[in-house]
Design a protein around this ligand. Sequence first.
Ligand code: BJW
Length: 229
Amino acid sequence: MRIVVLTGAGVSAESGVPTFRDAGGLWDGHDPMTVATPEAFDRDPTLVQRFYDERRAALARVQPNAAHQALARLEAELGGDDLYLVTQNIDDLHERGGSRRVHHMHGRLRAAWCTACDARHDWETTLVDRPPCPACGSPQLRPDVVWFGEVPYDMEAIEEALWACDLFVSIGTSGVVYPAAAFVHYAIGNGRQTLELNLDESDTTSDFHQSRRGPATELVPAWVDEVLR
Ligand code: BJW
């Protein structure tokens, strides 16, 4: 069976990474447009770099949880070709949980992109101090993440995987942000089965064939057990 899994902030919530839109989340009471658009970056690069520098530093204080580990077990037992794992998350908890192939459609916190020469680099430290690009020396590095109005990564490959799969599973995402929110419609339009695993109802819950409510650390290992039984 070929499976496409889409994860969102909810899969990392129990590791201590804040979600965006839940109470107490990164954007609770804040306008995302002040930090998550190219216009915000042009207007106030220091504010935006600090926001991402702090989140990058915070990665050192969190660990993958049972949901990340269960998805790594699914990949190992199904075989890499039968699981396509795409995440909207910019953290690296899937990789640290053991997943080998992770498609980061909204980019990665631990990567920097040089807007002068277009090179991308793994990046562990800060960007607010305008370090030189290791490739061209220009101090024009930004976080390698996808902001509103930018095109997410790997879209062609994701659509191919959705077309070729038997089952699409969405885990811990509010279904508010496109194009990820439309994956369920794309999968259903192609006649695929769909399942949602989420703590609360999402904007797209009613579109799935089946939806289960609960924390990812319980729902995901239980679902993986079912698939591998
Ligand atoms: C748990 C849990 C637990 C909690 N267990 N569950 C009008 C209509 C339609 C679209 C548009 C429109 N106007 C503009 C657009 C497009 C726009 C968009 O979607 N806007 C909407 C706001 C309307 N999208 C874009 O601009 C995208 N680009 C684009 O469309 O390009 C065009 C194009 C596409 C395709 C091909 C060619 C061209 C880009 C979107 C980029 C989003 N970037 C961000 C920031 C990334 C960097 C960063 O991290 O700072 O990505 S926004 C933010 O939202 C982040 C997330 O990945 C994304 C989704 O958030 P997520 O993961 O769903 O988190 P939450 O907090 O919303 O939800 C958490 C969920 O977990 C909840 O449901 C909880 O219940 C659950 N949960 N604890 C299980 N323990």
